[in-house]
Write a protein that binds this ligand. Structure first.
Ligand code: UDP
Length: 139
């Protein structure tokens, strides 16, 4: 059954460029309610665990390096059909292929440094949300 929550990170590239406010505004304007939110920095062990599914991929080392080089904004978002609607809002993994007006089209530089994360399933949204937030931090 579809749940109404997804998990996102504003990645280090977008934080460095000062896009936190603009991205949160896009998220709110699209009808997502913020259920949890924080500025944090992932350790190498955090990033390796979070992206464990990609551990055999050639870009894994670069991805871990990138995701740990500075702070991120982690958030749990609530909306009907949250996972799919948020994937639509952020656009394709590669910003060159992302639709006009999507967050990645607007703010991402490359397939690696692509500004935002969005969970790809309800199951992963729950796992990823719990990875970053204790129960008492979720509203
Ligand atoms: N990534 C990368 N090179 C690639 C594909 C992905 O560096 O060729 C990075 C990128 O930051 C992406 C993340 O790995 O967001 C996870 O990849 P996935 O295929 O799960 O894309 P997403 O679900 O984030 O769109």
């Amino acid at each position: 059954m579809a749940t109404n929550r997804t998990f996102t990170m504003i990645k280090p590239d977008a934080v460095e460029k000062g896009h936190i406010g603009a991205i949160l505004e896009k998220i709110s304007s699209a009808g997502f309610k913020i259920a949890a939110l924080k500025l944090t920095q992932m350790t190498k062990a955090d990033a390796e665990a979070f992206y464990a599914i990609h551990s055999e991929r050639p870009f894994f080392g670069e991805l871990v390096e990138f995701m740990t080089r500075g702070p991120i904004v982690a958030a749990i978002l609530e909306k009907e059909n949250a996972v799919d609607d948020f994937r639509t809002l952020i656009g394709a993994t590669n910003p060159a292929e992302a639709a006009e007006g999507t967050i990645r089209k607007l703010y991402a530089a490359s397939i690696g440094e692509n500004a935002v994360h969005g969970s790809d399933s309800d199951e992963n949204a729950a796992i990823e949300g719990a990875f970053h937030f204790a129960g008492r931090e979720q509203f």
